[in-house]
Design a binder for this molecule. Structure first.
Ligand code: SF4
Length: 364
């Protein structure tokens, strides 16, 4: 039996669903921040199992989706520089920028290579001393420490041809920005599990304290999510607002101190542009002074050209939870996983891709 089987037990799921139905008497709008949760909720049909009192909203927690076109254009321009090897995780290859994608740049001759870890990218740099190897750093607090570790290793070994384009983003500041905008009202937040494993559940204390919103850190299996919904609904019904952890096998209040140490040794917070949300102070990570020589943006001259947004795509509104993929006129017609117009249809954690794959349609 796999560990995951314990968290997919249908009898236990029925018990949790009954518990949620018995507990929930008031309207509750619960947002899952994380794209991984969105996919799990859609894949397991969890929305359909909840009582009508509960509305689930999907937030901007998909790092690929929130990378704006201006940053994607920078990446593609970097990849086209002769002598550069652009290394990236596979989920960025198909994401369309203003005029093309990394995949198209590769088809036109750019040396774009998919890697499974930052250390693979560093190995490519060691093996190609006459080339400049750039790693595309896209991700949240979960990914950034591993990128920081590759920079520390490159520094230790004196690898002079390894660079990072840091498009990393930090989650707490963007949640604050979304709540401050007042555009959406939520009664509970399902906090991201993997990010919380690094930053600790205490990073969400401000949401309960300053906004009076209950928070529960959730894992990614169906029982994890149902338990989190039950805990949130219980808080809503009692008029409580605190941070709880339903993912104790992965998350503590303090988080992973070593990962945070490494991350802040190499990077420092700076402004970052989020698709749909705009520029949020302190929500990005740039290379700190001691590691500036690894900064791809400073090391190369390139012109990404003017930014153009995909016509008709409402990814920005989907990411802010003010619209759903089904509100987009291009959904399922023009925009499909085989022909994605926006990033939310490309990423495995994107809302549009999750709705496309798992939401029932009349044709099925
Ligand atoms: Fe953008 Fe496609 Fe999603 Fe519409 S369906 S919001 S075009 S990614």
């Amino acid at each position: 039996m796999r560990l995951a089987d314990d968290f997919r037990n249908s009898e236990l799921a029925k018990g949790l669903i009954d518990g949620i139905r018995r507990t929930s008497t008031r309207k509750a709008r619960l947002m899952e921040f994380c794209g991984g949760h969105t996919v799990a909720i859609m894949r397991h049909g969890i929305r359909q199992l909840l009582p009508p009192t509960i509305e689930m909203l999907s937030g901007p927690g998909c790092p690929v989706c929130v990378t704006g076109n201006a940053d994607l254009d920078k990446t593609i321009a970097l990849a086209r520089i002769p002598g550069v090897i652009l290394t990236t995780f596979g989920d960025m290859l198909k994401v369309p920028g203003s005029r093309s994608s990394l995949q198209e740049a590769r088809a036109e001759g750019a040396d774009v290579r998919m890697v499974y870890s930052t250390l693979d990218a560093l190995q490519i740099a060691r093996q190609n001393p006459s080339r400049q190897v750039v790693f595309l750093g896209v991700g949240f607090e979960t990914t950034a420490p591993t990128v920081a570790a590759s920079v520390l290793q490159a520094d230790k070994e004196g690898v002079g041809n390894y660079f990072v384009l840091s498009l990393h983003k930090l989650c707490p500041p963007v949640i604050k920005a979304i709540l401050d905008s007042g555009e959406i009202k939520i009664s509970g937040l399902i906090c991201p599990g993997h990010v919380s494993a690094v930053v600790g559940s205490q990073s969400w204390d401000f949401i309960a304290r300053d906004y009076g919103i209950p928070c529960v850190v959730s894992g990614f299996e169906p029982l994890d999510i149902l338990q989190s919904v039950h805990m949130l609904v219980s808080q809503v019904e009692k008029g409580e607002f605190k941070v709880e952890i339903a993912y104790r096998r992965g998350v503590s209040a303090e988080g992973n101190k070593r990962a945070l140490e490494i991350m802040y040794q190499v990077f420092e917070p700076g402004a970052a542009a989020w698709r749909g949300v705009g520029t949020v102070a302190g929500s990005g990570l740039r290379l700190g002074k001691a590691y500036q020589r690894f900064d791809a943006e400073a090391a190369f001259e390139f012109d990404p050209g003017p930014t153009v947004e995909p016509k008709g795509c409402i990814c920005g509104e989907v990411l802010r939870a003010v619209k759903t993929p089904q509100d987009c006129k291009l959904f399922r017609t023009v925009c499909t996983p085989a022909n994605p117009v926006g990033p939310c249809m490309v990423s495995s954690e994107g809302s549009c891709a999750a709705y496309y794959l798992y939401e029932a349609t009349d044709e099925r």
